[in-house]
Ligand binder design. Structure first.
Ligand SMILES: [Zn+2]
Length: 299
């Protein structure tokens, strides 16, 4: 099954892969729900997203690799078993299915979903600008339907963000969200809140900021790939209505991050990360997650 991570795959194959992986586990809509011996819904939740942006294919492979590794290593690694017994994992490898299909079949550089809108021939909303958290503020998104960062006419007017927000709210009410990571590409950045304002920062000695640095360093240790950590707005640019700000500020998760995977920011290959780097990228993400799982037991 690990040969799965040597190539990119079509959407239908991803659905099939998840079904195989989840065979012994109850499924949640659009994702996979993993837990240990205490059963489901007992422990704090850990949530991962992949491919909110259609062209960022590596993020789906990474989310799947984490699910795969949690299941396959829990038999041999006491730390992983302990993590599965202590947390409920909700993994959504393809947040933007119709966008991914479009990127794979029509236009490689497509970013948004494929939602049509009356009055314009332009298609799609940016699913990471559509969350109801300072939506549309501070120039962190576009009001133009033709733009790549189009936020929509209202917060949560994309079916994908609306459904995910409802699911995350349920999870949060039931068990609380301990850790959230929205995997993206590219730039090799571990970003913590806030995205919506560069003037707002986490309190000094924030565990959320500290853990971002731990994640970046643990990812570097696997294959020597440098990841930078910091505030989303400062590392990249202002992003209003994004998932990590919503999960952190509205849902009150302890730790919420957006991670930009390989390649680095100045790398010409950009979104076209070659297939022979899927495995190493997935391994370094998993190395980072494993380190975090060990830490958040204690902090
Ligand atoms: Zn992205």
């Amino acid at each position: 099954m690990s040969s799965w991570f040597h190539k990119y795959h079509g959407y239908d194959s991803h659905v099939h892969f998840l079904h195989r992986l989840a065979a012994a586990h109850p499924s949640v809509s659009r994702g996979i729900h993993l837990f240990g011996r205490s059963g489901p819904w007992e422990n704090p939740a850990i949530v991962f997203f992949g491919t909110a942006h259609a062209r960022e294919w590596i993020s789906t492979m990474v989310a799947e690799y984490i699910a795969y590794s949690l299941l396959s290593e829990s038999h041999v690694d006491a730390d992983i078993k302990h993590a599965l017994d202590s947390f409920d994992f909700y993994i959504f490898p393809v947040v933007n299915p119709d966008g991914l299909v479009y990127s794979q079949t029509k236009r490689r550089m497509w970013r948004k979903n494929r939602q049509a809108q009356n009055g314009t021939s332009c298609v799609g909303r940016d699913l990471n600008r559509n969350w109801d958290i300072h939506w549309g503020q501070n120039g962190g998104s576009s009001a133009s339907p033709c733009h790549g960062t189009y936020r929509g006419q209202n917060a949560f007017d994309a079916p994908e963000t609306r459904a995910l927000a409802m699911e995350l709210e349920d999870i949060n009410e039931r068990q609380g969200i301990r850790l959230f990571i929205d995997w993206h590409a590219f730039g090799q950045l571990v970003m913590h809140p806030y995205g919506y304002s560069c003037n707002k920062s986490l309190p000094p000695f924030s565990a959320t900021a500290w853990l971002a640095g731990e994640l970046a360093e643990a990812m570097r240790k696997v294959h020597g790939t440098k990841y930078k950590s910091g505030t989303a707005c400062n590392l990249l640019y202002a992003t209003s209505g994004d998932s990590a700000d919503f999960v952190f500020e509205v849902l009150g998760a302890d730790y919420a991050y957006t991670v930009e995977l390989r390649p680095g920011r100045l790398d010409q290959r950009g979104f076209r990360l070659p297939e022979n780097e899927i495995m190493e990228t997935a391994e370094e993400a998993w190395g980072g997650v494993k380190h975090m799982l060990n830490l958040i037991h204690h902090y």
